[in-house]
Design a protein around this ligand. Structure first.
Ligand code: GLC
Length: 536
């Protein structure tokens, strides 16, 4: 095995596909695996290195695939196992990698394991899930709350106990304290790893172990009306338990039975907790997802502070990563606005660490307004009206200007954005200065720049709306200057040693321009500068 093979997840660029919304190939309004195969040429041209697919497994779709009823199958909605084999063959033939979603925290309530578990208190699989006696008053065993609203405990009348579900009642949590259950999920991992899958993004990995004594969660004094109801308590007993790290180290050993695979964890925690998921001696997740930019205030100083805090928190040898969007959070183009979405792209693709792109962000897709009768997301259905709905960031990919945007030939499962006739891959590809052209230029630039792939990060300035940093390679450096506001700004370039040459502007029109004494940035412009003289 070549060293470079081991490092692909450090050097590559990841791209998340939400399969329901990428490409429909069989005219049912829902995307599928054959559709992803059809669109591989697009991904190759974009220049990404690895695809992560949200779940494609058999599922009643109560949470759109995050409620799995068979871990080693493919849902007919997405195709067949033969389609999957064809996908992995095509992905690898083109030099890309394929990451699957692993959802080990919970199954569907239709999974045979849960059907067995709920059949009797004496069933061999009873302990594979989390069953408790009712409280003295017959109510739920404690105050734990579901992320999708209400108590996290559902009563099973037949066996007169409650089971725990951190999400929907149709998503009972597995009991990770049970050794047989652990084995069973390890075997699921091996099943897909043997098929050649290059790794997993592990769903809600910080949730897997809960307090052994089932103590109440403490109230959250900062809770305000309008926030999701489960924020009323702080999840001290339900997430991020000390024993989680043994569970992850075990998963990592399964990953390490195979060559050059990657373990990515979905974790929403502050940096000092997040970085513990690299594990003792880095024997945990290779990449605990860093979601800080998903909620970052869009101000230079705030972003510089986030980068500094993250860099400082990283354990020695741990590899960083950055995420701008996913299927659970509002689209970046809506969070920061379409003009700043280009600056955000330059930020993501010039920071130190593996970047993960969310499908459609490269064409500037924004949050689509969903009418009440179009809501599909169970989160929004259970907790309506406070902006938690995730449908708006899951709308179909906009490929072209045909009636269903080239996504399908029938009405899709979620509405299309009403701007798709203009903002689609075909049009943006034809426009050499579009956001799509910018993404391609940035990806290409990153690939050719050892400084960006593996150089150090050196902060230079965060003043007003200006964020400047250097990526320092062994031989040379590049400087990135981002204007986070709509007003132009002039920078005395001597002060920051910026003199050199513009290698890339987010407007794609200044390459080769020399900078002497003053760097003028237009509103919403970011530039990458090279060729500085080293005066140190
Ligand atoms: C993760 C997924 C989200 C899902 C939840 C429950 O947060 O990203 O989409 O609803 O887990 O599985």
């Amino acid at each position: 095995m070549k060293q470079s093979d081991q490092s692909w997840w450090r050097h590559g660029i990841f791209y998340q596909v939400y399969p329901r919304s990428f490409q429909d190939s069989n005219a049912d309004g829902v995307g599928d695996i054959a559709g992803i195969i059809d669109r591989l040429p697009y991904l190759l041209e974009l220049g990404i290195d690895a695809l992560w697919l949200s779940p494609i497994f058999p599922s009643p779709m109560a949470d759109f695939g995050y409620d799995i009823s068979d871990y080693t199958g493919v849902d007919p909605l997405f195709g067949t196992m033969a389609d999957f084999d064809a996908l992995i063959g095509a992905v690898h033939a083109n030099g890309l990698k394929l990451i699957l979603d692993l959802v080990p925290n919970h199954t569907s309530d239709r999974h045979p394991w849960f059907i067995a578990s709920r059949s009797s208190r004496d069933d061999a699989k009873r302990d594979w899930y989390i069953w408790r006696e009712p409280a003295a008053d017959g109510g739920p065993p404690n105050n734990w709350m579901s992320e999708f609203g209400g108590s996290a405990w559902a009563y099973d009348a037949a066996t007169r106990q409650y089971y725990y579900h951190a999400f929907l009642a149709q998503q009972p949590d597995l009991n990770w304290r049970n050794p047989q259950l652990r084995q069973a999920i390890h075997d699921v991992m091996r099943f897909w790893l043997r098929k050649g899958v290059d790794g997993f993004r592990v769903d809600v990995i910080w949730h897997l172990i809960k307090d052994e004594q089932f103590r109440d969660n403490p109230p959250n004094p900062d809770f305000r009306e309008g926030q999701p109801p489960h924020w009323k308590v702080r999840p001290l007993r339900t997430t991020d338990q000390p024993e989680i790290h043994d569970v992850i180290a075990e998963m990592r050993r399964v990953i390490d039975e195979f060559d050059a695979r990657v373990l990515i964890g979905e974790i929403y925690l502050p940096f000092e907790r997040l970085v513990t998921y690299y594990g003792k001696d880095l024997a945990g997740a290779h990449l605990p997802f860093n979601f800080a930019l998903l909620s970052a205030p869009w101000h230079a100083r705030a972003i510089e502070q986030i980068i500094a805090d993250y860099e400082a928190a990283l354990p020695a040898g741990a590899w960083p990563n950055w995420v701008l969007g996913n299927h659970d959070r509002p689209r970046v183009a809506s969070r920061v606005g379409p003009a700043q979405a280009r600056v955000a792209a330059m930020l993501l693709l010039t920071l130190r660490g593996t970047p993960t792109l969310y499908y459609g962000d490269e064409i500037g897709m924004h949050q689509v307004a969903i009418a009440p009768d179009q809501v599909r997301d169970p989160f929004e259905k259970n907790v309506p009206g406070i902006g938690m709905g995730r449908d708006g960031c899951r709308t179909p990919m906009q490929w072209n200007a045909t009636p269903y945007a080239g996504f399908s030939t029938v009405a899709p499962w979620l509405p299309l954005s009403d701007d798709f006739a203009q903002d689609n891959v075909v049009n943006l590809d034809a426009d050499q200065r579009s956001i799509l052209s910018l993404y391609k230029a940035l990806i290409d630039f990153r690939k050719k720049s050892p400084q960006l792939v593996s150089g150090g990060y050196v902060p230079i300035a965060a003043q007003g709306d200006l964020l400047i940093y250097r990526r320092q390679g062994d031989a040379a450096a590049v400087v990135i200057a981002l204007n986070l506001a709509a007003e132009p700004v002039s920078i005395a370039s001597d002060t920051f040693r910026l003199d050199g040459e513009i290698l890339l502007s987010s407007f794609l029109d200044r390459q080769g321009e020399k900078i002497q004494h003053v760097l003028d940035l237009r509103g919403n412009e970011g530039v990458i500068i090279g060729g500085q003289r080293d005066k140190s």
